[in-house]
Design a protein around this ligand. Structure first.
Ligand SMILES: NC(=O)c1ccc[n+]([C@@H]2O[C@H](COP(=O)([O-])OP(=O)(O)OC[C@H]3O[C@@H](n4cnc5c(N)ncnc54)[C@H](OP(=O)(O)O)[C@@H]3O)[C@@H](O)[C@H]2O)c1
Length: 626
């Protein structure tokens, strides 16, 4: 029922670690973050400011200047001219801060609509809440709209960090909450949020654009591991780039499942690397429709469902996946346009008619290191990855990048940050006003990010190249001095597994067990009796051996895959000359006649074997095609 930290925090929090071996191999691993071994410590770290020149707390500067101004005005010995000169000076300070003067500051901040102000909400009762510096802005912070711009809010940030602390220490509950999450593929931020929601007892509807048995089993395993009392998981095939799918999905949730959504996290995304303005193609347009147009449609569809059912007291919180990448690195099609355009929703929330039904929390997501390049610098990292093929280039630079004071995040950490925005307290605040969560880790404030990351990467590559050259040189010396044989002893031999079939002959019953049959003597003419003998079983999962493997382990052994591929005709045994004239004994692909290594059988035929084995529903389509 509560977001349990036993499941959720096992590998948490970690830091990227880059090592270059003496052979020049670059090894990137995740290690336990020094001094941040618990979630509470992570929250403490997030409450601190980074070393990057953080912007001033403008509210604080305003207040100080205002105090100074009042002191100046109250001085009896100051002439009119001096007052006017000081006022000019004061005005230019305020202008340089690009904010409003004391007159505007003295006026109460305009409150949109006639709703409760967020200041009326009480902070959660957390012992030893996060401590925030008055002058500097924490790594994770919330902004609120003041006039036409978004400004750092000390109050909201305090509430948010207290909430994170509360979740870190005692968890939180999502009991009786319904959530819709899109974009929850393997390694995504969404899938980590899903784990948190299930641990907290929510009913989550997730979508997949790759609906298959393997995908469903993947989510089933996540549910089995993370689901808690009252939680439920529904997996729906869905293409977020399709208007029809968007409407059908919301209709399914409200009509068939009979749910009203509390949260929507439309996180489906498609990278568009390598496209400048002269290369915008259909993929860019598709991605734009998916990451912008259809997010709006999805929200619109939910609003319609709520309005038609008159659900006016149960708004849905939408977490908008924003990005600091506003064309910063270029080369990413319409990605930045999709993200920046989502920000217009903050204005539309009060200007249009749906604010009663939907609340907004915009999460500006920083660099999240997952199994591929991060979105905020995707093209940059993509270019770097090319040619190495060894690792995620974002991970490669992140360790040193952090030494500049910015913070990169793991998908788990970012999910935790986002789960904090879904806490009942911030949920209530988003009913009153949209909130802007800056989860950048200071990345946006680092000047020359592109240059710095380029330099880090080239330094690492140089170091790796020189170590590789030294290792090669040492190996040549060794070979000359000690001989080829001596060197071979030091080389690692990779042994690949081979199938080892064992077909034990079945135990035969002793002759005495057939004694009873002697009673039939002279009653039947044995010349006319048909006798069936043998030992075999063929079923939807192949033979008794393969069926047993599937029933016990849910997977085949190497021998099992080979046997299934053979029974199903994907491979056959061959003994003779191949097309190229060479002699070969072993398995070949039935279609092409090309040799197949036993260890590759699973990779090559797994999809087809699983699609055509096991108990399946037989529909008209299948019968027609057979
Ligand atoms: N990671 C970062 O550094 C970063 C930075 C800033 C902003 N963001 C934003 O945060 C959100 C999540 O990022 P992420 O890194 O977790 O993304 P991700 O790992 O790339 O996941 C996106 C998911 O979208 C799904 N998807 C792809 N095509 C789809 C389609 N046509 N219809 C429906 N779903 C589709 C895929 O899952 P299935 O195919 O399995 O459904 C995929 O796993 C995105 O909006 C991203 O722009 C991320």
């Amino acid at each position: 029922m509560f977001l349990s930290l036993t499941n959720y925090a096992v590998t948490f929090p970690t830091a990227p670690n880059v090592e270059i071996s003496k052979n020049g191999d670059i090894i990137v691993t995740e290690v336990v973050r020094e001094g941040v071994r618990k979630l509470e410590a992570y929250v403490e770290e997030m409450s601190s400011t980074n070393a990057v020149s953080a912007p001033m707390n403008v509210d604080k500067v305003h207040a100080s200047v205002l105090k100074l101004w009042n002191v100046v005005q109250s001085q009896p010995g100051i002439s009119e001219e001096q007052v006017s000169r000081i006022k000019d000076l004061y005005d230019s300070v305020i202008n340089s801060l690009n904010t409003k003067g004391p007159e505007t500051k003295l006026k109460a901040a305009p409150q949109p609509r006639t709703r409760r102000a967020s200041s009326q909400f009480l902070r959660p009762q957390v012992p030893g809440g996060a401590s925030i510096s008055e002058d500097r802005i924490p790594l994770l912070h919330l902004k609120r709209k003041v006039g036409t711009s978004w400004e750092y809010s000390n109050n909201l940030t305090g509430v948010y960090l207290d909430i994170l602390n509360e979740i870190a220490t005692s968890g939180t509950s999502f009991k009786d909450k319904n959530a819709l999450l899109t974009g929850v593929g393997k390694g995504s931020i969404g899938v980590e949020i899903l784990k948190g929601l299930l641990s907290g007892g929510a009913h989550v509807v997730i979508t997949t654009s790759r609906y298959s048995r393997a995908t469903v089993e993947y989510y089933q395993a996540i549910f089995q591991r993370n689901g808690s009392k009252g939680s439920a998981l529904t997996v729906v095939p869905f293409n977020q780039a399709s208007k029809q799918d968007v409407e059908a999905l919301i209709d399914y949730i409200y009509t068939s499942l009979g749910m009203d959504l509390d949260y929507i996290l439309p996180f489906a995304a498609l990278p568009e690397n390598g496209r400048e303005i002269d290369g915008l193609d259909d993929k860019s347009e598709l991605a734009h429709r998916m990451m912008l147009v259809n997010i709006l449609r999805l929200m619109g569809a939910v609003k319609n469902k709520k309005a038609s059912r008159n659900f006016v007291t149960r708004p849905t919180q939408v977490i908008l996946p924003l990005s600091p990448n506003h064309g910063l690195f270029g080369n990413d099609g319409l990605y930045s346009e999709s993200k920046i355009s989502l920000e217009t929703l903050f204005n539309r929330w009060s200007a249009e008619s749906w604010g009663e039904y939907l609340g907004l929390a915009g999460a500006v997501i920083g660099c999240v290191l997952i199994k591929r390049a991060c979105y905020c610098a995707s093209d940059l990292f993509r270019r770097w990855t090319r040619g190495t093929g060894l690792m995620n280039a974002a991970s490669l630079v992140s360790q040193e990048l952090e030494s500049y004071g910015v913070r990169t995040f793991s998908a788990k950490e970012m999910a935790f940050n986002i789960l904090g925005l879904m806490h009942p307290l911030l949920f209530s605040i988003t009913q009153v006003e949209p909130i802007w969560a800056d989860l950048n880790g200071g990345m946006d404030r680092l000047p020359d990010l592109a240059d710095i990351t380029s330099r880090i990467r080239s330094d690492i590559m140089k170091k790796s190249d020189s170590r590789r050259a030294i290792a090669r040189d040492n190996a040549s010396d060794f070979k000359i001095i000690n001989g080829v044989e001596a060197e071979r002893v030091l080389q690692t031999v990779h042994v690949t597994p081979r199938a080892n079939f064992k077909f034990d002959f079945p135990t035969l019953p002793p002759a005495e067990s057939l004694q009873d049959l002697s009673k039939l003597r002279n009653l039947v003419d044995l010349d006319k009796v048909i006798v069936n003998t043998g030992f075999a079983e063929v079923g939807p999962w192949g033979s008794s051996r393969t069926r047993w493997e599937m029933e016990v382990r849910g997977d085949f052994t190497l021998e099992g895959w080979v046997e299934m591929a053979w029974i199903m005709g994907y491979i056959k045994h061959f003994d003779g000359r191949l097309k190229n004239g060479s002699l070969y004994v072993g398995w070949v692909e039935s279609k092409s006649g090309e040799p197949v290594d036993e260890k590759d059988v699973k990779n090559k035929f797994e999809k087809d074997i699983l699609a055509h084995a096991g108990v399946r529903l037989i529909g008209k389509k299948l019968i027609a095609s057979s």
